[in-house]
Design a protein around this ligand. Structure first.
Ligand code: PLP
Length: 463
C-alpha cells in the first residue's frame, strides 16, 4: 500500500454530497434522479481497486473510464508529475518554445506508432484531439487548393466526444438530444455491428454491404466534397461494436482511392487495451493518415490527448501559407509538461512490466470466461476483444428484442455487481467491462463469478 493510502483521511460524506449537489454539474447525468440519490464519493484507489468514502472497496472493472490502464496508485507517476511541477509546472509551447517532457513524449509516440506517423499535435483529451484534427484536416485541404473537401464521414453509434465538432461526429443519437450539431460538416454511415447485422447476411456479405454504402455515399456527395472518414477500430461507448473481418482495411482502401483521409480514433483502443500501443496497424491492418489517442496515454493520471500525423500531411501543415502566417491552432496546455511527464512514466511502466503482453495473454481468457455467462436469460451477446468487452442484455435471444427501457437492466446488473464489490459500467441495456490492464487470471475468475451471481440476482427480479 502506498504512503498516502496508509494514512486514511476522514471525509464528511454528507457535507461533501451537499456541496456537490448544489454546485457540481456532472457530465452525462440525470439530475432529477441524482438530486434524490446523491453521489458516490470515490476517495481512494490502488492497483485494481477503488474505495469509497464509507470504506467500501471495489474491483475497478472499467479502469476509471477506459483510461487507468496501468492501474491505480502508481507513486512513480505521481512522483514524476510532482518533480516536473516543482521544476517547471508550465510554460507556453507556442512558436519555438518547448519543454523536455513534451519533446521526449513526441519522439516516444513517433517511435511506438506506425512508421509513417511521426508528428504529434497535443491537446487535453479525446474530444479536443478529434476537434483539432478536423480543423487540421480542413486546413490541409484548403492549403492544397481543395476548399470544398469539408465533409467528414462518421458512423451511427460512434463516440468521438462532446466538443461541438466531436459531438457532431458522435453518432449516438441520445447523446445529442436537444443539442445542436454541425450537420453541414458530418454524414453518418451505418455502424458496423456484427451482432445486429441484417437477418440472413453472412459476415462477409455484411462487410460488402457496408463497403458498398461507403462507395454509394461518396458517389452521392462527391469525393471532392469529402475530407475524411473517422472511425474507432472497435466502437466503444456505442456498445463495443465489432466490425466484420476486413472491414477497416477495405474502408481505408476505398477512402484512399478517393483522396479521403482515414482517421483512427484510438482514444479507447490505444495504449494497450487491445494488447498493442496502437491497434490500427497491428490488429486491423490499416495505415491511418491520423491516429488520435488520449485516456490510456497518461493512464488518466493527467489530462492529455495527442494527434499523430503522417509525414505526408505534416509537409503541408508545417509550411506557412503566406508570409508571416503560422499554423494558428493549439491550446494553452498543448504539450503540458506535467501531463507529458505522467505519460512518459506511464509508457515506461507499460514497457517495463510488459503490460501489452499481459493483455494479449489474459484478454482472450477474460473473453472466454465472460462468454460462459451466455446461459443467463438476458445475455444475448458477449463481445469485444481483449480488455474491451461488453455484455448485451436482451428480452429474447432469438429475436434480439430489447427489454423495455424502464427495466433498466444494465443499471440493475451493475448495482448487483457493486453490492458484491465490482464496478462495471451500465450503458442502457449493456454492461461494459474495460478494466485496468493488470488483471490476471485469478482476478478474471473472481469477476466472472461476481457477474454470474449479479446476472442471476437481476434475472430473478425481472420475472
Ligand atoms: N473518442 C473516443 C473513442 C472515446 O471513447 C472518447 C471518450 O470516451 C472520446 C473520444 C472523448 O474523449 P474525452 O472524454 O477525453 O474528451
Amino acid at each position: 500500500m502506498n504512503e498516502i493510502l496508509k494514512a486514511p483521511r476522514a471525509y464528511d460524506t454528507e457535507v461533501l454530497w451537499q456541496k456537490d449537489k448544489d454546485h457540481f454539474i456532472h457530465p452525462f447525468t440525470d439530475f432529477s434522479v441524482f438530486h434524490e440519490q446523491g453521489c458516490d464519493l470515490i476517495t481512494g484507489s490502488e492497483g485494481i481497486h477503488v474505495e469509497d468514502s464509507h470504506g467500501n472497496r471495489f474491483i475497478d472493472g472499467i479502469a476509471g473510464l477506459w483510461c487507468v490502464n496501468v492501474g491505480h496508485g502508481r507513486s512513480e507517476i505521481a512522483q514524476a508529475m510532482a518533480e516536473q511541477a516543482t521544476r517547471m509546472a508550465y510554460f507556453s509551447t507556442f512558436n519555438n518554445l518547448s519543454n523536455a517532457p513534451a519533446a521526449e513524449l513526441a519522439a516516444k509516440l513517433a517511435e511506438l506508432a506506425p512508421a509513417h506517423l511521426n508528428h504529434v499535435f497535443y491537446s487535453c483529451g479525446g474530444s479536443a484531439a478529434n476537434d483539432a484534427t478536423i480543423r487540421l484536416v480542413h486546413y490541409y485541404f484548403n492549403r492544397l487548393g481543395k476548399p470544398n473537401k469539408k465533409r467528414i464521414l462518421s458512423r451511427r453509434n460512434a463516440y468521438h466526444g462532446t466538443t461541438y465538432l466531436a459531438a457532431s461526429l458522435t453518432g449516438i443519437e441520445s447523446n445529442n438530444w436537444d443539442f445542436d450539431t454541425l450537420d453541414h460538416l458530418v454524414t453518418h454511415l451505418s455502424e458496423a455491428n456484427c451482432y445486429r447485422r441484417p437477418e440472413g447476411m453472412s459476415e462477409s456479405e455484411y462487410c460488402d454491404h457496408l463497403v458498398k454504402e461507403l462507395e454509394d455515399t461518396i458517389e452521392r456527395i462527391g469525393a471532392d466534397n469529402i475530407a475524411a472518414f473517422i472511425a474507432e477500430p472497435i466502437m466503444g461507448a456505442g456498445g463495443v461494436l465489432m466490425a466484420p473481418k476486413g472491414y477497416h482495411k477495405r474502408m481505408q482502401a476505398v477512402c484512399r482511392a478517393h483522396d479521403i483521409l482515414y482517421i483512427a480514433d484510438e482514444v479507447v483502443t490505444g495504449f494497450g487495451r487491445l494488447g498493442h500501443f496502437f491497434a490500427s496497424e497491428a490488429m486491423f491492418d490499416t495505415q491511418p493518415d491520423i491516429i488520435n489517442v488520449a485516456k490510456g496515454l497518461s493512464s488518466g493520471y493527467a489530462p492529455l490527448g495527442a494527434t499523430l500525423i503522417s509525414d505526408e500531411l505534416y509537409e503541408v501543415l508545417g509550411t506557412p501559407q503566406r508570409k508571416g502566417g503560422v499554423l494558428s491552432t493549439g491550446f494553452t496546455y498543448s504539450g503540458h509538461p506535467v501531463s507529458c511527464a505522467a505519460a512518459l512514466k506511464n509508457i515506461e511502466i507499460m514497457q517495463r512490466e510488459s503490460i501489452c503482453d499481459n493483455v494479449r495473454e489474459v484478454g482472450p481468457y477474460l473473453e472466454e470466461r465472460l462468454k460462459t455467462l451466455a446461459h443467463h436469460a438476458t445475455v444475448g451477446d458477449v463481445r469485444g476483444s481483449h480488455f474491451m468487452l461488453c455484455i448485451e442484455n436482451v428480452a429474447d435471444k432469438t429475436t434480439k428484442k430489447l427489454l423495455p427501457v424502464e427495466a433498466r437492466v444494465g443499471d440493475r446488473i451493475a448495482f448487483e455487481a457493486q453490492q458484491r464489490g465490482l464496478i462495471v459500467r451500465p450503458v442502457g441495456h449493456l454492461n461494459i467491462v474495460s478494466p485496468p490492464l493488470i488483471w490476471d487470471r485469478g482476478v478474471v475468475d473472481r469477476v466472472v463469478e461476481t457477474l454470474d451471481e449479479s446476472l442471476a440476482a437481476t434475472t430473478a427480479t425481472l420475472k
